[in-house]
Design a protein around this ligand. Sequence first.
Ligand code: FAS
Ligand code: PHB
Length: 393
Amino acid sequence: MTLIHKTQICIIGAGPSGLLLAQLLSNAGIDTIVLDRKDRAYIEGRVRAGVLEQGTVKALEEAGVAERVHAEGLPHDGFELAFDGVRHRIDLAGLTGSSVMVYGQTEVTKDLFDARTAAGQQFFFNVEHVVPSDLKSGEPSVQFELDGVQHVIKCDYIAGCDGFHGVSRKAIPQDVLKTFERVYPFGWLGILVDKPPVSHELIYANHEDGFALASMRSETRSRYYIQCDVNDDLSQWSDDRFWEAFAKRLGPDTAANLQIGASFEKSIAPLRSFVAEPMGYGALFLAGDAAHIVPPTGAKGLNLAVADVRLLARALMSHYDGNDHHIDSYSQTVLNRVWKVERFSWQLSMLMHQFPDNAPFDKRMQRAEFDYIASSEAASKAIAENYVGLPLE
Ligand code: FAS
Ligand code: PHB
């Protein structure tokens, strides 16, 4: 037996991309179904991004889910870059008139799940064997299995919001799809600890031992990262070893304010830059990590996904208003911005990390670039305008 469902937009993936798209479209009266191979608890349990651009906050406002981010988020007017203990503040507010909001991706996901659940909108969790089909036939559909039962969703369009390891990107024919990738020779080891942050603003530090990032989730919960070997596993990183490395990379003056404690979350993430082109094929449109990955150095992954979704929601809404201009230009429009954000994330990653194969000259170039940024308002402004978020188009 196969169960048939009908909707206007089938959204594969209930991460931030899929959930935000569903919310924006549902608010516009467009019918959606959201599928995910995991369930809500698993998705909410993934600790990821922590910094929201104003454009992301605006999108949450447009989706009607911004109450908590305004009540609990921490507005930040600046952040610091540090090299071997020398710190330079990037004055976001002074240089751009804008700022960022510190608010965890976990919370964004919770807010979006709550809104869709409250509206009684349809999810299918724990789905298997998801197959987007008939992308160019005029009658697209998505097949999947749930608890041994076959389902088919007949729809107008399919939104591939299923992340880097999803199936949507792979539904684009190999002779059409182009991919671009750089894999970095290190990872990030991150912890969460219920201790006040070492500084009231984020600090990105480059030290001869490696990169470190001091971030936070609230005034009592800190999120810290250090660069680690790409082959490391968590068993090699006790809290004591983490704290010793983290304090050394921050430098003694900064580390003097560090309050250490037992971590309650610890994970290692690989770093890569990745883009797939095109981000549309027939009735399938990609958004978020399904189409691109950035190293987290620029705090762009989640924010780039949200920007894709804002453009895709606009395109789909316009379609139902009788105008296909934005649908036809979606891939080109969104990729223009994706590549600029890829550039910034790559630039900051190249500046702030220790590369195993870097020659002494390369290390001097990193320090010279830091010294130039610290001494040039123009160079600091270039960093600032990317960090607060580029215009949507
Ligand atoms: P997601 O990967 O979040 O969601 C995709 C969803 O699709 C998942 O729920 C998955 O279960 C589902 N799915 C996959 N395959 C499926 C299938 N076949 N069928 C149905 N569903 C399927 N960004 C930052 O800005 N700052 C950070 O510090 C940061 N840290 C990160 C750390 C890690 C370990 C990772 C992996 C990413 C990090 N990111 C960070 C980037 C991250 O925040 C992403 O940009 C963000 O989750 C993108 O959201 P989505 O596009 O929704 O993809
Ligand atoms: C985080 O708080 O998780 C975070 C902040 C800034 C980044 C990356 C991660 O660039």
